[in-house]
Write a protein that binds this ligand. Sequence first.
Ligand code: FES
Length: 112
Amino acid sequence: MAVIKILPHPEYCPNGAEVKAPAGTSICEALLDNGIQIEHACDMSCACTTCHVVVREGFNSLNEMDENEEDLLDRAWGLEPNSRLSCQAIVAQKDLVVEIPKYSINHAKETH
Ligand code: FES
């Protein structure tokens, strides 16, 4: 079991949050199971980038990215070296600190 700390996000969790995630769950599932409605437009099938998160701590404990995820991530808004698609990032036993970027590609399209 790992604890995922989510940094405050104006829409999803204004005061931040901490959720517990059993090893083997994706970050996206863990957030959704705990009422944090992160976008997941392709239903977690690694075909959009709306579930993008930046992993501030514990990045190396996650499973490795596959090529698909890497390619898709290139299109995500606010890409950082520690970015992951949360539906593809599988939690191990180590606690994580995760930031949900301010915008997803959907928002970016609407505002530009
Ligand atoms: S929900 Fe679409 S890539 Fe994660």
